[in-house]
Write a protein that binds this ligand. Structure first.
Ligand code: HSE
Length: 429
């Protein structure tokens, strides 16, 4: 028999949870008419009762214990918005054991335990929907699961972290230093109070793991991702990049290569005419290159209460339709097999390099030897007027294997005439 009323239990009313409640109030009737199901917010749980009371909901649906949602047989769908791995993982496991569909925005959890949780959901003939875990409000996961099923994806390249994109934007447009741009991001609400994972590239790496699992159909994990954060990029690098026709972005790149999958997150020089170069401020974009479809791009707000709430409620609508139509397993969710991974040292790329050197004869000769011996070919060389006997040198290489470039750099940096801490940034090619 069709089920016409579906009850939702919401766990966690922080930024996104508050957005979900507000959007459901605003558009609930429209959603119900569209999917022909009566969605009812059955219970809302948060440890902080005063926060719950600000939502303007009826007091009898407010609760402070997760069990009041997880073990309530009347609740059909739980929305997990508490974030982090535990207790979210245990809560979702318990919800599935109790026969409930799950909607989550939890990228850390889906990147680290997604496969095991999805397997449990499959065993129970249920599902977990996680559209909001990558790209906030950008409809992304569903199109990647469904609309590209007929194609083979070769590469996915994403700006998937709004905080770092906002920082690079302010550095490029307003000549702010990294620290100034970060504190502006925090003041404007575009960076978390603790932005460590964003700056270090880990937030983007979690999202890449989820994306790679979807587009390549392979089991990906965080330890297979090469991760470099944005802390080393300076205003000088941004200015030089502009001068040679590039902008700097933190990219998450997944590539299907003949030898296996290559996954990496690092600051990257993106050619000014690439679509990703036009993605500024806190916006996210994901560019997918498929054999048959060619290049496609998804663009929008990757965070924020209301954009992310649209993704959460779209998942709720999908789960409700599964429940109503008793199409328990209505969504494509491939079982991803293990695969081989290509370590960063075996990849080839072009490098931008900026360093300081003493202004004296022979500096270029030793550089030429170090690079020449490792077959590193230079495409561009810039040296401006010296200041205080110090020369600033910028080089851009042709394509070179990472390990050969690193060997050449070890030699270059061992020379006393070269100052330590160069900027080394890869180019998108
Ligand atoms: N901290 C993330 C960002 C948003 O800056 O994009 C949540 O994934």
């Amino acid at each position: 028999m069709e089920k016409d009323t579906v009850k939702i239990g919401l766990l966690g009313v922080g930024t996104i949870g508050g957005g979900v409640v507000a959007l459901l109030k605003r558009n609930g009737i429209r959603i119900n008419e569209t999917i022909n199901v009566n969605l009812v917010l059955g219970r809302v749980v948060d440890r902080d009762l005063s926060r719950l009371k600000t939502l303007g909901l009826s007091e009898d649906i407010l609760a402070t214990e997760a069990s009041q949602v997880l073990d309530d047989p009347e609740i059909d769908i739980i929305i997990e918005l508490i974030g982090g791995v535990e207790p979210a993982r245990s809560y979702i496991t318990r919800a599935l054991e109790n026969g409930k569909y799950v909607v989550t925005a939890n990228k850390d959890l889906m990147a680290t335990h997604g496969a095991e949780l999805l397997a449990l959901a499959r065993e129970k003939n249920l599902n977990i929907f996680y559209e909001a875990s990558v790209g906030g409000g950008i409809p992304l996961i569903r199109p990647l699961k469904h609309s590209l099923v007929a194609d083979r994806v070769q590469r996915v390249i994403g700006i998937v972290n709004g905080t770092t994109n906002y920082i690079f934007t302010r550095m490029a447009r307003d000549n702010l230093s990294f620290q100034e741009a970060l504190s502006e991001a925090q003041k404007s609400g575009f960076a978390e109070a603790d932005p460590t994972n964003d700056i270090a590239g880990l937030d983007a790496a979690y999202k890449l793991v989820i994306l790679a699992g979807l587009v390549f159909g392979k089991k990906a994990s965080l330890d297979q991702v090469y991760v470099q954060g944005i802390g080393g990029v300076t205003s000088e690098d941004i200015a030089y990049a502009r001068e040679i026709g590039y902008v700097i972005k933190l990219l998450a790149i997944g590539e299907q290569m003949p030898e296996g999958l290559a996954l990496r997150v690092h600051p990257t020089l993106v050619p000014q005419d690439h679509p990703l170069a036009a993605v500024w401020n806190e916006f996210n974009a994901i560019c997918v290159e498929g054999e048959a479809v060619g290049q496609i791009m998804f663009y929008g707000r990757g965070a924020g209460a209301m954009p992310t709430a649209t993704a959460v409620l779209a998942d709720v609508a999908e789960a409700a339709r599964c429940i109503k139509n008793q199409a328990a397993y209505g969504v494509i969710e491939k079982i991803a097999p293990e695969t081989t991974y290509v370590p960063i040292g075996e990849l080839s790329t072009r490098f931008y390099l900026r360093f300081l050197a003493e202004d004296r004869p022979g500096v270029f000769a030793v550089l030429a030897n170090a690079f020449g011996d490792e077959q590193v070919s230079l495409d561009m060389v810039i040296q401006k007027r010296c200041v205080n006997n110090t020369a600033e040198i910028v080089l851009v290489t042709h394509m070179v294997r990472e390990d050969a470039f690193q060997r050449a750099m070890d030699r270059v940096l061992s020379l006393p005439v070269i100052k330590p801490n160069p900027s080394i940034i890869r180019l998108l090619s």
